[in-house]
Design a protein around this ligand. Sequence first.
Ligand code: PMP
Length: 401
Amino acid sequence: DSVFAHVVQGPEDPILGVTVAYNKDQSPNKVNLGVGAYRTEEGKPLVLNVVRKAEQKLVNDMSRVKEYLPIVGLAEFNKLSARLILGADSPPVQENRVTTVQCLSGTGSLRVGGEFLARHYQERTIYIPTPTWGNHTKVFTLAGLSVKNYRYYDPATRGLNFQGLLEDLGSAPAGAVVLLHACAHNPTGVDPTLEQWEQIRQLMRSRALLPFFDSAYQGFASGSLDADAQSVRRFAADGGELLVAQSYAKNMGLYGERVGALSIVLKTSEVATKVESQLKLVIRPMYSNPPIHGASIVATILKDRDLFNEWTIELKAMADRIISMRHQLFDSLRAKGTPGDWSHIIKQIGMFTFTGLNPEQVAFMTKEYHIYMTSDGRISMAGLSSRTVPHLTEAIHAAVT
Ligand code: PMP
């Protein structure tokens, strides 16, 4: 008998499990709106042209070797990543008081940041929004932090519960860490306005709450890299400290390359140097050093003006297609006279729409219409196309009537 015979079958990941169920479905009409990955109008994964070009450049460069990267990753990538999120003219960048380490995409960056906080920050509580990306609780709990929630989404308005948010952050213990989605909040697609961000910033700074931004969608929400970084940049400009986890999965389509960065903005460059030395001690026993290929692609694009411009155009095209899907779905539901106010579909931003459909309605749509999504009613707009909008409209209509 196996010494592991007692091991019980674990549950499927709630998000990735949707794709597992989708793959098993034999229906030609099946639609996968669960995946958090961009799809073309034809429903195909997309490799950006600019990424192909950068890869070609890397392949042609015979001087490139496959040596280990340093523990903190590719230096050029780190520097350019900090500039991308904080802005090239940002005070912390100019004053050399940011430390950036290359990590395994957004998830790895959150985890390394969490482990660092658990070891070196005195207030080991992190507040995350309700709801949030399903992995946050697990990542931070395993990192050694105690996870609490703050109110974020209001089901009644399908918008932000701003009052609840301010109350909860206002009563969090001084010094607590607060996880903020930099833009395109997942799963709700609901972001604070710039005025609301300003109030959040003032409240957090006045109560010495430490911001930890999760930036998984820079450029993907509005189509503009700068617009989507405003929340982070405001906090970076006020002289205070913060952490930010960046992912290149969505905005460069580098999902499986696992490329991301953790930046910590500090008060002085002396502190930044010491913090970096401790980040290395977190990383070394976990995976020694990060992979080289994805970071090289990103650095190649970020440092070359032409490639960078090309990237921004391709990025905007992805964002625009998603925005256009929102309008098509909204118009289609209206044309059909589906009961309810569906304006949140065009108000919410980013990859996801939080439809407001309940788990029973979702189960009905999966069973009767072969439409796959998470049971919280979240649909990936990127998984939708002009061809599938009518089918989804039928399904939603049937589910709510
Ligand atoms: N944070 C949020 C809010 C996300 O939506 C995702 C991806 N679904 C991530 C982090 C991490 O993604 P990755 O590790 O693939 O970069």
